[in-house]
Design a protein around this ligand. Structure first.
Ligand code: FES
Length: 154
């Protein structure tokens, strides 16, 4: 895969290159394909198990393509006190979107995050990297509707 090869070549000399390479691949592709593990291992003279260990240790890495919209819902204490658990349940029960998964229509990937520094205005989330606060059921429904209306790349 050309992207993986280019990233490995560009960053292989960086000290502790495995993590920066994984981040760069995810930044470019949205996820780290399984077959990238072998190429990274070869490029860094590591075992596949070592690279796989780094890839699976950090929950930020995805190994499958994400949905068109990525929602990172805060599950830390302050947001829990402000109702994030009910929002997570609503996403699951009303919209069929499970935490840690991508919806069947590929519209949304829902991931947990632990404190976005927006505690006083929680429940909070990052929606495609944009901070959103004061979430409630209606705002979550609107968010899902907007994401489902968003078209994928042709
Ligand atoms: S606990 Fe959710 S933003 Fe801090």
């Amino acid at each position: 895969m050309a992207v993986v090869e280019a990233v490995v070549q560009r960053l292989r000399a960086v000290p502790g290159a495995c993590l920066p390479i994984l981040h760069a691949i995810q930044d470019e592709l949205g996820f780290v394909p399984h077959d990238a593990v072998e190429r990274i291992a070869d490029g860094l003279n590591l075992s596949r198990a070592e690279v796989h260990g780094v890839l699976t240790f950090y929950h930020d890495f995805r190994t499958a393509p994400p949905g068109r919209t990525i929602v990172k819902l805060c599950r830390a204490e302050a947001c829990q006190a402000r109702g994030c658990t009910a929002l997570e349940r609503r996403l699951h029960d009303h919209h069929g979107i499970a935490m840690g998964a991508t919806s069947a229509d590929a519209a949304i990937t829902l991931e947990p995050v632990y404190c976005l520094g927006n505690c006083a205005l929680g429940p909070s989330a990052l929606v495609d990297g944009k901070l959103v606060g004061r979430l409630d059921a209606a705002r979550v429904d609107a968010l899902v509707q907007a994401a489902r209306g968003k078209r994928g790349k042709a």
